[in-house]
Each structure stands twice: as structure tokens, then as C-alpha cells.
Design a binder for this molecule. Structure first.
Ligand SMILES: C[S@@+](CC[C@H](N)C(=O)[O-])C[C@H]1O[C@@H](n2cnc3c(N)ncnc32)[C@H](O)[C@@H]1O
Length: 354
């Protein structure tokens, strides 16, 4: 759907090593502080010490009033044990942070303190090597999952469906990064439609990740340089990234301001479905009470008190929606304007509630 060569290659080859940068984590997480007080956060696809998710929560442990931070690594990961080397055996391990102090007396509670607390082994923080390879689906990881409050990570690109299904099954709060192409998945869109998952604040972002793979694409390299990273140090741009969450946030309750009025010239009716087409989110008419097809980026403005999400158009859903065949003898939504027929790209069907 979104042209995304790096991500497609990653999925096809199961190359999941894309590491999120600290500024991107900080930019999103500043909106969620109220959710962390006395909570246990679990990063379950994160080489404990090397992950910037771990670092963010370890450094902000007291600022966020966290109760506990747990991170578990996955044995095939190439970066595990590279920044904190506690074991001769390079297996998967679990870090559990229960307290962070200014142990070195530099007036800051930072990573140097966290490292010292872990290496000295004297404090309440725990490091343990475990038998299994810490797949997020393993019994051991699921046991941890059952006892935590919030899961936060960037999960493997190749396993997103399973990853999200597991969080829903165990009824966990979460904040995870993934690509917009997950939105139409039949395992994902119904959760968005039923208000069990939503996408904010960072939406449709082009992000730079550190990877385990060389960046050989010229345009991609230019973007990486423009963002002040070095593509020769294996940084790549991945477009259309979103945060998926079920943590409530203010933006989700803000109304979209509408100012346009409906007229049949500007808002063509689909030829093969009972709805009108709205080409831009800013042009959603304030007085049209029936179904409207809008670009998928509408999700960035979606307030469930103001709109109802009905469905997303995909090949799979065409049957369910009873979409008729269009002028191309296919089932994507189509309209005819000035005797010219066309199929708008990637629509989501919505209806106004108020
Ligand atoms: C997209 S990377 C993100 C890494 C880290 N969360 C971050 O954001 O920097 C996904 C990570 O999941 C790990 N991984 C792959 N399959 C896994 C699995 N089945 N269980 C747990 N982790 C897995 C990979 O080793 C990889 O480091």
C-alpha cells in the first residue's frame, strides 16, 4: 500500500533489526506521563540495555514515578550484550529495574547510575539469564506479560499481527510503533473501528532507524543525512510509521473543525456504493449525515465522539460491504465526475455522530 522498500524487504526476509532512536521515543512519550505513575512497564522486544526504550524508561524512572521496568532480549539479536556485558554466555536475559539512585554523586539519575546499579548486583535491580530465547510468545515472556501494566516497544516488523493479538488477548495497555500498512489488516482494522486501538500522536512519520543492514538507496540516504544521521553507519529512513496505542490521550477527544457544506458537485457519490467521496480531511462537510469515504489519514483526526468508523475499503472487505463492480469491473470504490470515472486511493468509510 505505502511504498516502503526497506520495510517490505525486512518483512520478506524477516530482517527485524530496526532500532528506534531516543529523540523519537521522547517526542511521543512526553504526551503520556500521566499513565506511568506506579505502573510496571515491559519492553518485550528489546535487548535490555541497548534498547533506547529501556534507556528512556531507566533514565526517567523517578520522573515518571514508575514502579518497575522490565526488558527482555531475543537471542538472535546482533546488538545484545554490546553495551552492557554481564554474562560470558551470550544468551537472552531479563533486566528488572526497581530503583534508580544517583550512586555516583553527579547530581543526576542517569544511565551511568543504572549501569553501576546493574553491574554491582547489590541493589534491588535484577538481572537474570533464562533458558529460552525470549521470544515474546514464549511461556516465560507471557508470564511476565500477565503481570505488567503497559507494554511499550517497536516489535518485529514481520510479526505485527501476532504481536498485537497477544496484547489484546492479555488485555494489556500498550504503545507500539509500526507502519501504516497495518491499518487495513483484517486483524487490525476491526480493533481500530471498535475503539480498542488507536493511532496517535506521531502519525504517518518518516523515521530514521539504526539497522543491521546497509543503506544503499540514494533517496533514502539523502533523507537520513538531512536528519543529521550517517547512512554509512547503517541508518535508514522508513516512511509511514505510526504509534498504535490504547492509552487515552487528549487529542482523541478534540473535535475536527468542519466548515464546508455538502453539495453534489464537490462531493461525488460513488457509483458502486451508497456514500460520497471526500478528497481532503479538511473538506469533510458539516451537514452530510450519511456515509463518507475519506483518506485513511483521517485516523489522525478521529474523535470517536464525533465520528463513527464504519469500514476500510480493501479487496477483502468489498464483499462484506456489498460493493458492486465498478467501471473497471473491479470492486474498489469508484465515482464518475464530468463523464470521467475514477477510483480514489485508499478510503476509510465514516459517518458523523454529531
Ligand atoms: C524492529 S526491532 C526493534 C528493536 C527495539 N524494540 C527498538 O525499538 O529499538 C524488533 C526487535 O525484535 C526482536 N525480535 C524479533 N523476533 C522476536 C521475537 N519473536 N520475540 C522477541 N523479540 C523479537 C529483534 O531481534 C529486534 O531487535
Amino acid at each position: 500500500m505505502w511504498r516502503n522498500i526497506n520495510l517490505q524487504n525486512a518483512k520478506a526476509q524477516k530482517n527485524d533489526e530496526f532500532y528506534t532512536q531516543l529523540p523519537d521515543i521522547e517526542k511521543e512519550l512526553k504526551h503520556y506521563k500521566q499513565h506511568f505513575k506506579n505502573k510496571t512497564v515491559y519492553c518485550n522486544c528489546d535487548d535490555p540495555y541497548e534498547s533506547n526504550f529501556f534507556k528512556y524508561f531507566a533514565m526517567n524512572f523517578n520522573f515518571l514515578w514508575l514502579k518497575k521496568l522490565i526488558a527482555t532480549s531475543y537471542s538472535p539479536s546482533p546488538i545484545a550484550h554490546t553495551q552492557l556485558n554481564l554474562f560470558w554466555d551470550k544468551k537472552s536475559y531479563k533486566l528488572e529495574i526497581n530503583e534508580v539512585y544517583d550512586v555516583n554523586g553527579d547530581w543526576a539519575e542517569d544511565l551511568a547510575d543504572v549501569k553501576y546499579l546493574l553491574e554491582s548486583g547489590k541493589w534491588k535491580n535484577k538481572v537474570s539469564l533464562l533458558e529460552w530465547d525470549w521470544d515474546f510468545r514464549s511461556e516465560e515472556c507471557i508470564e511476565i506479560l500477565k503481570n505488567v501494566d503497559i507494554v511499550i516497544t517497536n516489535p518485529p516488523f514481520s510479526l505485527f499481527r501476532e504481536y498485537l493479538a497477544q496484547l489484546i488477548k492479555y488485555d494489556k495497555n500498550f504503545l507500539i510503533l509500526w507502519n501504516m500498512n497495518a491499518i487495513p489488516y483484517k486483524e487490525v482494522f476491526p480493533l481500530i473501528r471498535d475503539n480498542k486501538v488507536w493511532t496517535w500522536y506521531g502519525f504517518n512519520m518518516s523515521m530514521v532507524y539504526k539497522t543491521a543492514y546497509p543503506n544503499l538507496l540514494e533517496a533514502n540516504r539523502k533523507f537520513v543525512i538531512w536528519k543529521w544521521y550517517n547512512p554509512d553507519e547503517w541508518y535508514v529512513k522508513v516512511p509511514a510509521i505510526c504509534w498504535f496505542t490504547n492509552l487515552d490521550i487528549k487529542k482523541r477527544h478534540e473535535d475536527l473543525i468542519m466548515y464546508r457544506k455538502y453539495n453534489s458537485d464537490d462531493y461525488p457519490h460513488y457509483d458502486n456504493y451508497d456514500a460520497i467521496d471526500v478528497d481532503k480531511i479538511s473538506e469533510i462537510p458539516l451537514d452530510y449525515d450519511w456515509v463518507m469515504g475519506v483518506p485513511i489519514t483521517f485516523l489522525d483526526k478521529y474523535n470517536p465522539n464525533q465520528f463513527e468508523l464504519l469500514w476500510i475499503w480493501t479487496w477483502d472487505s468489498a464483499k462484506e460491504l456489498w460493493i458492486q463492480k465498478n467501471y473497471r469491473w473491479r470492486t474498489d470504490l469508484a465515482y464518475t465526475k464530468n463523464w470521467k470515472s475514477s477510483c480514489p486511493f485508499s478510503r476509510i468509510l465514516i459517518r458523523r455522530k454529531k
